[in-house]
Design a protein around this ligand. Structure first.
Ligand code: KDG
Length: 326
């Protein structure tokens, strides 16, 4: 079983101890990117995951590929190029009343320069059982957007199911542009992952998550819509749960209490947990539970990667763990 994901990963620079970016003298350097995060989550749980991207032939490109390989992700389909660069994103970790924030320095990245025809999808998708990408890959540049649509078209033509996370990033494009492109892609998607916030910003859908899941499913004839719900009254405390709409039925999990050490990548971790269980033949309820466990655990871990094991996910029972595990 192999899931192929397509997208950009960047070097993530984070000041220590909740320092502000302008204040710090040090950054910790990790690697992250939505589609790579989902691939690492899947690989950690034991599903074959291949991450397709484009990287420059330099030490930063090697660093990104090494971090993917370290997690057991197949990096053999990465396009290595002489031009472009590795994108960087700075994350400033907040605590109430100061929200966490992200600053991108990614213009001109190697993947932003890819265009249709650059990847041999016929070959890449040989042996792939599932394809996953997100709205970020569509937003990076116009040519990368076309290349992503090409990849989705190939997967569709080969009968490979597709999951797509809307992942709207307001720092990359406008809701209007996003709506136009999403509307072209969504009719080809089998599983949509998203949030109520993104559905409201991009499609103007309002109301409770079950209602908006049904509306987006009807708009684009989607078989399965999964909505993740994070309530965070303060930056460091909140709850997480999820909901799915399929075939006229809504499935919803119970909220899990969280301390939000690092929420970046928690949606990607959810997607990995959900897909893991779903592709193993799990029910929608079981898949939501695995997604919730992955995501809840991710909130407690710094960096984009969800450093957990399948055993930890399967042992997760709503997560009330306060004693030291000896
Ligand atoms: O989902 C997490 C991503 O937002 C993070 O990894 C950075 O890929 C990223 C992006 O483009 O925002």
């Amino acid at each position: 079983m192999t899931v192929t994901t397509f997208g950009e990963a960047m070097i993530r620079l984070t000041p220590p101890n909740y320092m502000r970016i302008e204040q710090t003298n040090f950054f910790s350097a990790t690697v992250g990117g939505s589609e790579l995060n989902t691939a690492t989550g899947l690989a950690r749980l034991g599903i074959g995951a291949s991450w397709v991207s484009a990287l420059p032939k330099n030490s930063l490109g090697l660093m990104v590929a090494n971090k993917a390989r370290e997690q057991g992700v197949d990096v053999s389909h990465i396009l290595w190029r002489d031009s472009g660069r590795v994108g960087i994103y700075f994350t400033e970790m907040g605590a109430s009343p100061r929200a966490s924030s992200v600053l991108y320095d990614r213009a001109g990245s190697t993947i932003s320069q890819v265009k249709p025809g650059d990847f041999n999808w016929d070959d890449i998708l040989k042996g792939a059982n599932f394809f996953h990408t997100t709205g970020i890959t569509l937003a990076i540049s116009q040519s990368c957007c076309e290349a992503t649509k090409e990849a989705i078209g190939f997967a569709k033509a080969k009968g490979i199911p597709i999951s797509f996370d809307l992942n709207f990033r307001a720092k990359l494009w406008s809701p209007k542009d996003a709506r136009e492109i999403y509307s072209q892609v969504l009719p080809q998607v089998d599983i949509l992952f998203t949030t109520s916030d993104d559905l409201e910003i991009v499609f103007g859908l309002t109301g409770n998550p079950g209602k908006v899941a049904q509306e987006i499913s009807q708009l684009f004839n989607l078989k399965l819509v999964v909505i993740t719900i994070r309530e965070a009254p303060t930056v460091l405390r909140g709850t997480w749960h999820s909901l799915a709409y399929s075939n006229g039925k809504v499935y919803e999990t119970a909220p899990i209490e969280l301390e939000l050490i690092d929420r970046i990548g928690s949606g990607d971790a959810f997607n990995a947990g959900f897909l893991y269980r779903y592709l193993k033949g799990g029910t929608i309820e079981e898949s939501l539970a695995y997604g919730d466990a992955m995501s809840a655990l991710k909130h407690s871990i710094s960096g984009d990667v969800c450093w957990v094991t399948l055993q930890e996910v399967e042992k997760f029972q709503g997560g009330k763990v306060t004693k030291i595990q000896r």
